[in-house]
Design a protein around this ligand. Structure first.
Ligand code: IPE
Ligand code: IPE
Ligand code: MG
Length: 238
């Protein structure tokens, strides 16, 4: 494939339906979802993707039953500790976006720890969207931008930058360290973005598959890349 997307973003959906289909507890579906994530990370890294952002927990997901939320948080905690070193060995940097300060202090500390791990030969960044939603991020960015402009006014300095408003606004988003999304993948046959990367996906290609997230394999990832490879992106100018 000659056209590998730089930034792939995945909405990992369908763990609950997988559990129902298999006749097991929902948390089992989330556990199997972690196995799928491992496969997807490996596949993305092997294909030369530079940024892989995965939607792990949305700000709306707090509205789920308390025991499910608790199980999910425990799972994140285990995964973050267990996988970080392995990822680092494979040249994968682990990064987080979302309202991290609203998570448990234990989880926050773990996130801080793993974010400091030294990566010798960096190949890819895995960005975990944890307690994230696009609207949360956009509102936050707007607040920061207003604050910054008030500060500038207070010291009586005009805007000196040559950047466009769009570029300036983007710089306040939690995703400012990466390029826009090229390809969004959503599993489990839902065709919606559910508050994920609304700003960054402005010109992304959207790929939907019927596969439930725990069933999503390396081959399925390759299929999505093949589909992307055949798309003609125009960005409104061609
Ligand atoms: C996605 O699977 C995982 C998270 C939201 C954490 P779901 O739990 O949403 O699975 P379905 O949509 O109920 O099948
Ligand atoms: C999106 O899936 C959130 C994550 C995958 C973490 P949801 O299952 O929460 O979204 P809806 O409810 O189907 O829109
Ligand atoms: Mg769902």
């Amino acid at each position: 494939m000659d056209n590998i997307p730089t930034h792939v973003a995945i909405i990992m959906d369908g763990n609950g339906r997988w559990a129902t289909r298999e006749g097991v507890e929902k948390v089992e579906g989330h556990k199997r979802g972690v196995d799928s994530l491992r496969n997807a990370v490996k596949a993305a890294n092997d294909w030369g993707v530079k940024f892989l952002t995965v939607y792990a927990f949305s700000t709306e997901n707090w509205g789920r039953p308390a025991d499910e939320v608790k199980a999910l948080m425990e799972l994140f905690s285990i995964v973050v500790i267990r996988e970080a070193q392995e990822l680092a060995k494979a040249g994968i940097r682990l990064s987080f976006i979302g309202a991290i300060d609203e998570l448990s202090t234990t989880l926050q500390e773990q996130i801080e720890e793993v974010s400091k791990i030294y990566i010798e030969k960096e190949k890819m960044t895995l960005v975990v969207a944890m307690n994230y939603s696009a609207r949360w991020d956009i509102v936050n960015a707007a607040k920061k931008m207003v604050k910054q402009s008030e500060l500038r006014k207070a010291v009586n300095r005009g805007v000196e930058s040559n950047r466009s408003d769009v570029e300036e606004f983007s710089s306040y988003l939690s995703t400012s360290f990466m390029p826009d999304v090229d390809l969004v993948i959503r599993t489990s046959s839902e065709q919606r973005l559910s508050n994920f990367m609304l700003w960054e996906s402005a010109y992304a290609e959207l790929y939907f598959t019927d596969k439930l997230w725990p069933d999503f394999s390396k081959e399925d990832f390759a299929k999505a890349l093949e589909w992307y490879n055949g798309r003609q992106r125009r960005f409104g100018i061609r």
